[in-house]
Structure formats: C-alpha cells, structure tokens
Design a protein around this ligand. Structure first.
Ligand SMILES: [Zn+2]
Length: 156
C-alpha cells in the first residue's frame, strides 16, 4: 500500500475517534464534578422557581446557565463579595443583565476546571487562594484558577 494513503487513512481514523474521545471525556468530567454540580442545582432550583430561566451552553464543555431575580440577590450578597456570575460544577449562576461573552468564557473555564479536578476542586481552589495570601498576594486575583480563567477570556 502507498505510504501516503496509509497516513491519510490513519488521519481519517483519528478524526473519527476524536469526537468519541471528546464525548467520553465530557461524560467523565460531568460525573467527576457531579457532587459540585448537585450543589449548583440545589441553588438553581429556587432561582428557576422564582421567575428564573435556564439555558444549555454547549461548547468545549456543557453547562446549565441559570439567571433570575434570586440569582441577582445571591450574587450581590455573596460572602466573598458581589459578583457577576459563579460556576458550581456544570452550573453557571449569573446576573440577569450583567452576563457578557467575556464573563461567560471566564465561568466556562471554571466549569472545565471543575470537570478536571472533580470533587477536590473547591479544596484546590481554596488552597490556591491560601497559597497566594501566604505569599503576600491577593487571594482572589492571584489564585491560579482565576489566572487561568482570565487567560481564557483573552481567547475570545
Ligand atoms: Zn473566576
């Protein structure tokens, strides 16, 4: 067989396998982050019941975007300070008005982080903040996961 032809067949087979691999990685990420996602869903239910709305986001990963008056209230009274949006596993809770493409990309990076780190993500996030604080830096701004999320914003 001609070597070029063999190479082309190999490349074609790889392209056909990638969506399957991506699918299994997505499913694994969803299961791995499920305990955090369940916490996010526990918050999403009352947000939806109080004039809220939900939307599926499907890109490199999947997420349920939830907005509504209760989300606005919870985000503006967050114990770490007012915020525009937050990701809890595969659930993104956002202000009804303040969601921009940049904020969404930032939060989807946190969704990807949760699918990679799974149940230990909240602990890893807090340890990264603690490490930044111990080094005399800002616990939020210099958190490694926030740095990665800000880097993701620049890709849009
Ligand atoms: Zn962030």
């Amino acid at each position: 067989m001609h070597p070029t032809r063999t190479r082309m067949r190999t490349l074609t087979a790889e392209r056909q396998r990638r969506p399957v691999l991506a699918f299994f990685l997505t499913v694994f990420g969803i299961l791995w982050a499920l305990p955090i996602t369940l916490f996010g869903l526990a918050l999403a239910v009352p947000i939806l019941l109080w004039r809220g709305r939900a939307q599926w986001i499907r890109g490199q990963t999947v997420a349920l975007l939830v907005r509504g008056p209760l989300a606005d209230f919870l985000l503006s009274h967050h114990p770490f300070g007012a915020m525009t949006a937050m990701a809890l596993g595969h659930v993104v809770i956002s202000e009804a008005q303040g969601l921009s493409a940049r904020v969404l990309v930032h939060e989807l990076e946190h969704v990807r982080q949760a699918s990679r780190w799974g149940i230990v993500f909240p602990l890893a996030y807090l340890l990264s903040s603690a490490w930044a604080a111990l080094c005399g830096k800002d616990a939020y701004w210099h958190n490694a996961f926030e740095i990665a999320a800000r880097k993701a914003e620049k890709r849009i």
